[in-house]
Write a new protein. Structure first.
Length: 602
């Protein structure tokens, strides 16, 4: 009697996928063999094969009409066929697969008793915007692995797509997979491998501890959870990292779903905002009124009937997708469209996205159909019921109160002047600098981006000014007060200047990580000043990213000169505070003194 594992998949992920699975099940049992079949359908993978299933199997059957990742089956005999043949000739498929199996040696995996001294590690980093945190976390992991004597390859899933992509061979040889991400990452290709999940923030804060914790988890077996990795062989840093990861896993689910929605929404906001700004540059501030002109056309493409009309549906749809996979996409987007139509805006879209995701997720668990009808669930049953529930809730329960709240908030923000504007700017500015790209920073940013769809642009201006200030202030400080910074920090200051003008707050992270008690208060105060002045000067910004580069587009920023003053003032305040808080390097170290004198002279 043989042990068989199989995967079935078809392009639509509906009928043939499940029919082939059932046929293989019956064919194998008729021949006296045991089989476990994973279906890769439109509701995602079901009956997923575990590492133990694969390792104990005599043969792997892939009955698929679509591409299936085979990296987890390295060293196993694989027989490939079509779903049609599996349905019609299931017993023959099983017999042929078993007849062709070669003697294949599986790659040895370390056991709990075998500590991994020189490990092969693969990793993925990803953040909602796919810019700074993605690449900084990758660099942090590479440095940590190198310091500990391990080999690592990091795939970055950034705004330009995946780079340094992991190959099946990379994954096969790896002892552990590290996923440091703040947005949804597909883990399907890592089946059978130990996967250690954490955030980009943890990777930046304690890369070596993270690597040790991941390897400790790998040593205790691929099925071990992150919490179970806190075994006696871990050192103190690894145990701390495990505790942080456990807390993060418990609290970051909603945040990760939100950030997934934001990451898909951002290109629509950026494209729409820039096109609206270009329409004003070409046709003036009233470009939308002159029908048939180029300025009018650009305004239509970017504005309420074009890109901006998709902001809320995309946000809601991909929040639901992050929670419930593809079946959540339709009810989420439809909920977002309804939110727009009833005036609930981005607040209603957030609620619709989470409702659609969790309703679809639980319906998928609760509804069990016969195998011959299972293909109807992802394309008919789940979208129909979930969309109906979400739609009715939006129309009759959620829409009216949320619309009232959003209207009140919008009117208040539009009429905000004086002290109120100053206080909001202080709050948003401080939030942008307190964790420099972390959850608090992203919350302020998401709030401001969401308001763009309601044509409230002042908070976006305050947030961008405040986000540029920390790296710019630190870059200026490293240039003016060289004797207070090491050579490495001065080099980082040059990079921080470039990141700062591009509105990448994360450029300040290396300084904050090294000296948080002096750097973070300075950057928070400077950012708060920049945000407050931007709001006080009634500056408006229609583009959510780009930093100084979008300021040259006519119409992108209102009150441009005061806006530049706000950025310069925030930068100067940060630099000034650093002059008092950062002391000259230790004078009792001759090497440091010589280095500082050389720096001052240069």
């Amino acid at each position: 009697m043989a042990k068989i594992v199989a995967i079935t998949s078809c392009p639509t992920g509906i009928a043939h996928t499940f029919m082939a699975a059932e046929a293989l099940q019956r064919g194998a049992e008729a021949l006296g063999h045991t089989i476990k079949v994973e279906t890769q359908g439109s509701v995602g993978a079901q009956n997923t094969l575990t590492g133990s299933d694969i390792q104990s199997a005599d043969v792997v059957i892939i009955a698929a009409d679509a591409k299936v990742d085979q990296s987890r089956f390295a060293g196993k005999s694989i027989y490939e066929t079509t779903t049609n043949k599996a349905i019609r000739q299931s017993q023959q498929v099983v017999e042929t697969a078993l007849a062709q199996q070669p003697a294949a040696a599986a790659v040895a995996q370390p056991t709990a008793a075998q500590p991994i001294e020189q490990a092969r590690i693969v990793a993925i980093t990803s953040c909602p915007t796919g810019i700074a945190h993605t690449f900084m976390a990758a660099e942090a992991l590479e440095r940590a692995a190198e310091t500990l004597g391990h080999q690592i390859k990091v795939e970055t899933q950034g705004s330009v797509g995946a780079q340094n992509t992991l190959t099946p061979d990379d994954i096969r040889k790896a002892n552990v997979v590290v996923i440091a991400a703040d947005a949804k990452v597909d883990k399907g290709r890592f089946a059978g491998k130990t996967v250690y999940e954490t955030s980009t923030h943890d990777a930046l804060q304690n890369g070596p501890g993270l690597i040790k914790a991941a390897l400790a988890q790998a040593a205790s077996g691929p099925q071990t959870s992150a919490a179970a990795a806190s075994a006696p062989q871990q050192d103190y840093l690894s145990q701390i990292q495990d505790a942080k990861s456990k807390r993060s896993a418990a609290s970051s689910g909603i945040y990760k779903h939100l950030m997934t929605g934001v990451s898909y929404m951002l290109p629509f906001v950026v494209a729409g905002g820039l096109l609206i700004a270009l329409s004003f540059a070409i046709g003036g501030i009233d470009a939308a009124k002159y029908t048939g002109t180029l300025g009018w056309a650009l305004n239509q493409i970017g504005g309420g009937t074009g890109a901006f009309s998709l902001i809320v549906p995309i946000l809601a749809g991909y929040i639901a997708y992050s929670i419930a996979d593809r079946p959540g996409l339709a009810p989420g987007m439809i909920g977002g469209v309804l939110s727009n139509s009833i005036g609930a805006g981005f607040l209603g879209g957030l609620i619709a996205g989470f409702l659609a995701g969790y309703i679809t997720l639980y319906l998928n668990k609760w509804i069990n159909l016969p195998k011959n009808l299972a293909g109807l669930k992802p394309v008919l049953v789940l979208p129909l019921i979930s969309t109906g529930i979400v739609g009715l809730l939006m129309v009759f329960v959620i829409g009216t109160p949320v619309s009232f709240i959003l209207t009140a908030l919008t009117n208040w923000l539009r009429t905000m002047q004086g002290t109120n504007a100053l206080l909001l700017g202080l709050l948003l500015g401080g939030m942008m600098a307190i964790d420099m790209g972390g959850p608090i920073n992203k919350s302020a940013y998401t709030f401001s981006v969401g308001l763009l769809s309601s044509h409230v642009d002042a908070p976006m201006a305050a947030v961008m000014a405040a986000g540029m200030t920390p790296p710019l202030g630190l870059a200026l400080a490293t240039y003016l007060f060289k004797n207070r910074f090491t050579v490495e920090e001065r080099d980082a200051g040059k990079a921080a200047a470039v990141l700062g003008i591009a509105f990448i707050t994360e450029g300040a992270i290396p300084f904050a990580a090294r000296d948080p008690f002096r750097v973070i208060p300075a950057t928070m105060i400077g950012s708060a000043i920049a945000g407050a002045l931007s709001m006080l000067f009634a500056c408006n910004l229609q583009v959510p990213h780009g930093g100084i580069f979008v300021l040259f587009i006519p119409g992108a920023v209102t009150n441009l000169l005061p806006y530049l003053i706000a950025i310069v003032a925030g930068t100067a305040v940060t630099t000034g505070i650093l002059f008092f808080t950062k002391r000259p390097l230790a004078s009792n170290n001759p090497a440091v003194v010589a280095e500082a004198q050389l720096a001052q002279a240069s």
